[in-house]
Ligand binder design. Structure first.
Ligand SMILES: [Cu+2]
Length: 120
């Protein structure tokens, strides 16, 4: 095979990896209801990855981690000063209070898993 073609294939794969982990924007969205909001941690994505919540009120997110990869072991709400260790296969409730309307990101410690709290 042509060496340039091989290089090109490598670049395409790297671009796809960069896009998947750092650039893609999750579209899933769910409005808050009563009780904890379940978020599944698996396959490199939080499901749902976008959660609408009321601003100024405590909201409980129930993380269910199915991914054994150490990459998935933390949920960090950087802007809210909250960090949680997620047990594998066991739900963990994390309560946060977004102080005002806006978007609050939550991620794994390496920022590969990424989700957004949308406070309204
Ligand atoms: Cu990670």
């Amino acid at each position: 095979m042509n060496i340039w073609l091989i290089n090109l294939a490598g670049i395409v794969v790297m671009a796809a990896i960069v896009w998947w982990f750092w650039l893609s924007r999750p579209q899933a969205r769910r409005a808050v209801g009563a009780g904890p909001i379940e978020i599944v941690v698996d396959g490199g994505v939080y499901t749902p990855a976008r959660v609408e919540v009321p601003a100024g009120k405590p909201v409980t997110l129930r993380f269910l981690r199915k991914d054994a990869n150490p990459c998935a072991e933390k949920a960090v709400f950087d802007s809210l000063g909250v960090s949680a260790d997620l047990p594998l296969g066991k739900p963990l409730d994390v309560t946060v209070t977004p102080p005002q309307p806006g978007e609050y990101e939550f991620t794994c410690q390496m920022r590969m898993y990424r989700g957004t709290l949308v406070a309204k």
